[in-house]
Ligand binder design. Structure first.
Ligand code: 3PG
Length: 308
């Protein structure tokens, strides 16, 4: 039976990804509504009214948005982090929420490595910088993105260590990565720390003054995860006390302008969150999302449900 599918992406997918999603929708006989690059929340509130399924990216699906949904059965976040969906409100309305884990991880990992090189080379200022070869990288949270960062870092000849109390040591060791028992040991010994924590109450502001303070001389933090996992006040405070540390982030902090003004080229922020913004990642995540919707409607498959 035909279903109404809404693709609502404030930051749109690459054209080719939309073409592939549309073809799959056409083939199964569903209907597509495309809401891309919307500027006004009202456009989203109107669009969700009659949709039975929707694909989103970092679009904020708040209680207010969910309240407008009259027919919605499933929301798929084409990506990993689902902190942008009010799961409580979705569950209360019997709406299934899913993500598409792993589909955009390589893109994010490549950006993390790119940002490391950018910092190592003084933001391409033409002066003598440093190399990644022989340096130690600490992966803070060893999920799909972390694994990809480890794989690429090995190619650069880096020593790779990781801290993740939720992943078995054997799993980390199998990738040739050294699991560490304490997060402090990682911050003390690494030249680069790459953050891959989800934003949940337990991780918010986790990377704080105390942790940054113990970092190795000249070390850098790369954040392609979420702004919430770093305590911005703590970062600012320790950066004022130590002039050797660096911070690059793809998830702009609230105090971005202030940090740039205070610390100049010791900090770097991408103009817009772009970790997962590649053609390949858009196709992978977008196609996975529509296939998950079809599997849900046609086979009641809830494999990637996050509000079970
Ligand atoms: C994710 O959680 O998958 C990434 O943060 C990518 O987010 P985006 O789809 O908004 O680029």
């Amino acid at each position: 039976m035909s279903k109404k599918i809404l693709v609502a992406t404030e930051k749109p997918f690459a054209k080719q990804a939309v073409v592939e999603i549309s073809e799959i929708i056409k083939k199964i006989g569903y209907e597509l509504t495309l809401l891309e690059s919307y500027k006004d929340k009202q456009e989203l509130l109107d669009a969700v009214k009659n949709a039975e399924a929707m694909i989103i990216r970092s679009d904020k699906i708040t209680e207010e948005v969910i309240a407008e949904m009259e027919e919605m059965k499933v929301i798929v976040r084409a990506g990993a982090g689902y902190d942008n969906i009010d799961l409580k409100a979705a569950t209360a309305k019997n709406i299934v929420a899913m993500n598409t884990p792993g589909q955009n991880s390589n893109a994010v990992a490549e950006l993390a490595i790119g940002m490391m090189i950018y910092l190592a080379r003084g933001q391409f200022n033409g002066k003598a910088g440093s190399e990644l070869l022989g340096k130690t990288i600490g992966i803070h949270a060893y999920g799909n993105v972390g694994r990809n960062v480890a794989r690429i870092a090995h190619g650069f000849g880096m020593k790779v260590v990781a801290f993740d109390p939720y992943v078995a040591k054997e799993v980390i060791e199998k990738d040739g990565v050294t699991p560490l028992d304490t997060v402090e040991e990682m911050y003390e010994t690494c030249d680069y720390i790459s953050l891959h924590l989800p934003s949940i109450p337990a991780t918010q502001r986790f990377v704080n003054y105390k942790l940054i303070k113990i970092m190795k001389k000249g070390a850098a933090i790369i954040n392609t995860a979420r702004k919430e996992v770093v305590c911005e006040d703590g970062l600012s405070m320790i950066f004022s006390e130590r002039d050797d540390l660096k911070y690059a982030s793809d998830v702009a902090p609230v105090t971005k302008d202030e940090l740039i003004e205070k610390f100049g080229n010791r900090v770097y922020f991408t103009p817009k969150k772009m970790g997962a913004q590649t053609l390949e990642a858009n196709i992978n995540a977008g196609v996975a999302a529509i296939q998950q919707i079809i599997n849900y409607f046609e086979k009641n498959d809830t494999t990637f449900q996050v509000n079970k």
